[in-house]
Write a protein that binds this ligand. Sequence first.
Ligand SMILES: Cc1cc2nc3c(=O)[nH]c(=O)nc-3n(C[C@H](O)[C@H](O)[C@H](O)COP(=O)(O)OP(=O)(O)OC[C@H]3O[C@@H](n4cnc5c(N)ncnc54)[C@H](O)[C@@H]3O)c2cc1C
Length: 500
Amino acid sequence: MSVQEVAIIGAGLSGLALALALHQQSIPCTVYEARDASLNIGGAVMLTPNALKVLDTLGVYNRVRPKGYECEFLYFRDDNDRPLDEFELGGQQKYGYKALRIHRHELITEMLSMIRERQIPIQYGKKFVKIASESDKEVVWESADGIKHRASFLVGADGIHSRVRQYLYPDLEPRFTHIVAITAELPTRQLKVPNNYPLPATIMNRRHGAFLISPQLADGSEVLIVRQKHEQELDRDGWNKLLADKAWCIDFLRSGKDDFPEIVRNAVADIQYDKVSMWPFYFVPKLETWVSRQCRVVILGDAAHAVPPSTAQGVNQAMEDIYTFARVLAVCGRREVAAIAPALKTWHHHRQERIDRLLELNVQINTRRMPKLSNHDDVKNKNFVEDKFELEWLYTVDLEKMVQNCLPNRSPNERLGNAENSILQSAPTAAMDYNDGVIFKKREGTTIHVGSEHFQFMKLLSECPYFEYFNRREVFEGRRIDDGKAVVMKLDFQYVTNLN
Ligand SMILES: Cc1cc2nc3c(=O)[nH]c(=O)nc-3n(C[C@H](O)[C@H](O)[C@H](O)COP(=O)(O)OP(=O)(O)OC[C@H]3O[C@@H](n4cnc5c(N)ncnc54)[C@H](O)[C@@H]3O)c2cc1C
């Protein structure tokens, strides 16, 4: 038995990409969207290599690439406009893709065309209201017009205020970060900088916070300027009033301008009211699960983990969700549908690990971008240069490995597969042997030094009753405890390349 039909709630970026991913895996699906058209909240998004690889696999990347602005770094500069630091956004050589900053509507339009070309059903004006029932075989759900629908799985890709999520967490509300971003679009020529001025750029000012300038059309002829500020939470009317107060927004963009370099003063010299926006940053608190008890209802994208936009990873993480989810469904569905439930639970676990790590990065970025709350004279003299962000884990994620790690029906030997061989070949003295649950039985005390993480193998070790492990990042460390001797092992899995 294969997966019969997936109902996707929401035709935003997550829902549309998921429809393409499921279709690619030959899984039938229908998209249901509450509005008359896909939600386009405006502006552009920065797509990084982790998501571009997914979009490439789906055939979207080549279609949208000419419509976006490509870049490799975000350049940090001081308040005298001197270079400070660089934040990697992508890189052809290192990550296979430059970052792509692209207007949201371009992505939506292109994905919709592809959905229509593939004749994937999409119903607008169809609002999900509630799950009527769920069994281990199907889910029945109700739309606002009172109609009941059946599907093998229902996926809530319905955004930060997800109605589907209410089925899993009836009382949960998104939380405010106490940060708002004020943005404005303007022509790049207004900046009056030479053509080789490095953009996108963040101009740092300890007192006033950061001022971000980011190109966003293919030819770089338009930029978005962004500043963030601390703000008390308001209700919906309050936010709408604040957003409508364009003079307030522009005043904030201009505040302290004389403490910034000329590029910033030029940027704020002429701001059109209709080009100004304000975004209060909300997030979804960490959820214990994204999968219902019977595993027929799943949430992903902003519905599951809306992260504050400081890392510019909301869409990017959603693309990781959709690729891995569609693959898990496809691989398990081809073997045995019953395998899907445990696989989805593991899928959530692996996805949550990435989101947790992203949130740590988010804190570091916000700390750097926000004005310092401490005394100006104290902070004025501090060195601007801070630690570099380490981003390889983010951009070089192996999603296919993540999928393999979710498959519960493979025997330990099957899961170990080539990993064991490749470690043995590349580090012959290690003498590893998986036999009756004893992983290291030949040369006690052998140490293999390494570098990167490998969840699949670590999971295997963690399941071994004789082995205790710790430190799941970077380097795996563990010790054998079956005979009372503590033999410290260090393993680096850089040699493990092909697990299939
Ligand atoms: C200012 C700003 C800048 C950002 N910049 C970036 C960036 O540079 N890079 C990045 O990766 N991310 C960025 N993000 C985050 C990104 O926009 C979100 O992560 C992304 O849009 C989430 O997509 P989604 O499809 O999950 O949700 P949404 O885009 O919210 O789509 C949800 C869809 O579900 C529909 N829906 C809702 N309820 C129902 C219902 N009951 N029934 C049927 N349909 C329903 C909605 O109408 C909507 O179409 C930014 C966000 C903001 C606010």
